[in-house]
Design a protein around this ligand. Structure first.
Ligand code: ADP
Length: 586
């Protein structure tokens, strides 16, 4: 009879026992106790109504001791209890049996068992009782379960690795697409860490002198953020801090504390700010990771676990270190960009002062040269005087161009070149540039050609700056084209763009020199006439500030063609900055 019960407990128990009764009557209880497997009859709350002898023995208890206990009190591991409870609820809701594998307590400790939960109907109403049987897994089943466990662990590991990769990728793109500003980076970094890595994230930066400043705080609950402001925003560095931020800043080594204990708080007492912070944030576990770049410690990031109750381990530390490594690069980069901008601005300011001071005496020299050329009382002076006056005039012109070039370059580099954009006819721009060099070209015996589109083709640009670019290209073409040569300007429209080309039949540029001609201060060693070497660099900067591009083609002995392209729509609201330069102020 006992084996029949186990083989078909559902039918037997429904027929032999009235399900409305709250307890089994003695004969049925005895029959239940005699079942060869571990079997338990649970009531609607999960309490044991009856238990087999084998079941009680498996738990190291007697039948009497087990009866009346809740299934959570049978000595199962907490995870097994949770699984049992959710399966019991599932069984009652679905009204069908469910099998699960659980570590079941045995005399030799927990061992994997197959646990079957079967709902027992009660007089037509919804089932409220559950029959639970447990048996040890067979060897094959145990092997299968282990293989399943290994596979699940491997899958979980892969998922964790994937999550880490995507977290770091997102952090990287966020940090490096952010405008380079260290304070912005600190704030971003703190917010990146919460909630994926921490309940609280604090960023501290080393300042000049012995000070450490709190530069960013983020918390899971933004309304709590005020709590962190209760602490001093700056701390003085000292050499003997045994644990915490100051130790990490001093040693450059990270600190991982899986559990904040009283002894740790006592050990940290030498540096009172540290235990105060841990108490204030109700820290249960924390990590402090230094921010380091080019051999220097820039600051440190404190990751705190509080309400989540999470305990940090080596894997978390590795992830935090990866994040801080990337953040350090971004912060260092932002600092360098800031420094170079400041240096460029300082140089531009210096250039502005110097050139302003130079322009006045230069104006006097130019005026003097003009007067000398005209001669006293409007009569031309001697030939010798006129010759010297022309020389002075040329030298003063070159000086004036040099000053303008230096000023323009300084402004371009500092991203402070203003563009005054409005709509202009592309053909009119080209004609104006050509006409301005016509007298010189004719004096040199050069042929001028133009291939221009209708007046209606308009381009949005800073007229003065585009004429400056064309003037520079035509000036070079004039300089490097011998007598009898040709200078041609072509303007063509493409989809959304206008191409301006300046072609000459001059000396051309050597192939090895071609990649360098737009570099600042670059000039061919045998350049016929010495300029500043800034002309093409400025032309490139001006074209790019309009959102355009410039290129050169050349064949030595045949000639050169410079082409620049401007978008018809013109520069955007901030202008398109040349690579490495900030957007110009429009
Ligand atoms: P600069 O202000 O000294 O003229 P640029 O930047 O305008 O300097 O030009 C740099 C160098 O490029 C010149 O010194 C010259 O060697 C070369 N170059 C530019 N345009 C031409 C050209 N049309 N033909 C030959 N060489 C050219």
């Amino acid at each position: 009879m006992a084996s029949a019960l186990v083989g078909c407990p559902y039918q037997v128990l429904t027929t032999i026992h009235p399900m409305s009764a709250s307890a089994l009557s003695p004969p049925y209880e005895a029959a239940f106790a005699a079942l060869p497997d571990a079997a338990f009859l649970l009531d609607d709350t999960g309490r044991v109504l009856a238990c087999s002898l084998a079941g009680a023995r498996s738990l190291g208890l007697t039948v009497e001791q087990v009866a009346g206990r809740h299934c959570a009190e049978l000595g199962l591991q907490p995870q097994a209890v949770a699984s049992l409870e959710s399966t019991r609820a599932q069984v009652l809701a679905s009204r069908g049996p469910v099998a699960v594998e659980l570590p079941w307590p045995t005399m030799q400790g927990a061992a994997p068992h197959a646990v079957l939960l079967t709902p027992l109907p009660s007089d037509g109403a919804a089932p409220s009782r559950v029959l639970l049987t447990a048996r040890p897994l067979t060897e094959a089943e145990a092997m299968y379960a282990r293989a399943l466990e290994v596979e699940q662990a491997a899958r979980a590991e892969m998922e964790t690795a994937e999550r880490r990769r995507s977290f770091l990728y997102q952090a990287m793109t966020t940090l490096f697409t952010h405008p380079p500003d260290p304070q912005g980076m600190y704030t971003l970094l703190a917010h990146l860490a919460v909630p994926d890595l921490a309940d609280w994230c604090l960023v501290d930066a080393l300042e000049q002198g012995p000070w450490v400043a709190r530069v960013a705080v983020a918390s899971l609950d933004p309304t709590q953020q005020e709590r962190a402001h209760a602490l001093p925003p700056r701390t003085e560095m000292h050499e003997d801090a045994p644990v915490g931020l100051l130790r990490v800043l001093r040693t450059g080594e990270p600190e991982l504390v899986p559990a904040v204990t009283d002894s740790l708080l006592r050990a940290a007492a030498a540096e009172p700010a540290h235990p105060a912070l841990l108490r204030l944030l109700q820290a249960r576990s924390y990590m402090i990771v230094p921010l380091r770049a080019r051999g220097h410690t820039l600051g440190a990031v404190t990751f705190v676990s509080s309400d989540s109750g999470r305990r940090y381990g080596p894997d978390d530390l590795a992830l935090a270190e990866d994040l801080c490594l990337r953040a350090s690069l971004a912060i260092d980069n932002a600092r360098l960009v800031g420094e170079s901008r400041r240096a460029a601005r300082a140089r531009e300011d210096l250039l502005a002062v110097v050139s302003h001071d130079l322009k006045n005496p230069l104006g006097v020299v130019q005026l003097g040269a003009a007067l000398l050329t005209r001669g006293a009382a409007g009569k031309p002076g001697s030939e010798a005087v006129a010759k010297q006056a022309a020389r002075i005039h040329d030298a003063a012109e070159r000086m004036s161009r040099l000053i303008s070039d230096l000023l323009d370059w300084g402004r371009l580099e500092a991203g402070r070149l203003p563009l005054d954009a409005s709509e202009h006819s592309a053909a009119a721009l080209a004609t104006e540039a050509l006409e301005s060099i016509r007298p010189l070209a004719e004096a040199k015996g050069l042929l001028l050609q133009a291939d221009l589109p209708p007046e209606s083709l308009r381009v949005r640009c800073d007229r003065g700056r585009v004429l400056q670019v064309l003037g520079n290209l035509l000036g070079n073409a004039l300089k490097f084209t011998p007598l009898g040569g040709t200078l041609a300007v072509t303007v063509t429209a493409r989809r959304g763009e206008v191409d301006f080309s300046v072609r000459d039949t001059g000396t051309g540029i050597a192939p090895e020199a071609l990649p360098h001609i737009f570099d600042r201060y670059w000039q061919a060693r045998d350049a016929a006439s010495r300029g500043t070497g800034l002309g093409l660099a400025i032309a490139k900067g001006l074209v790019e500030a309009h959102g355009g591009t410039i290129r050169a083609q050349s064949v030595p002995g045949v000639g050169s063609t410079f082409t620049f392209t401007l978008p018809v729509q013109g520069p955007g609201p901030t202008g398109a900055p040349p690579p490495g330069l900030a957007p110009p102020n429009l």
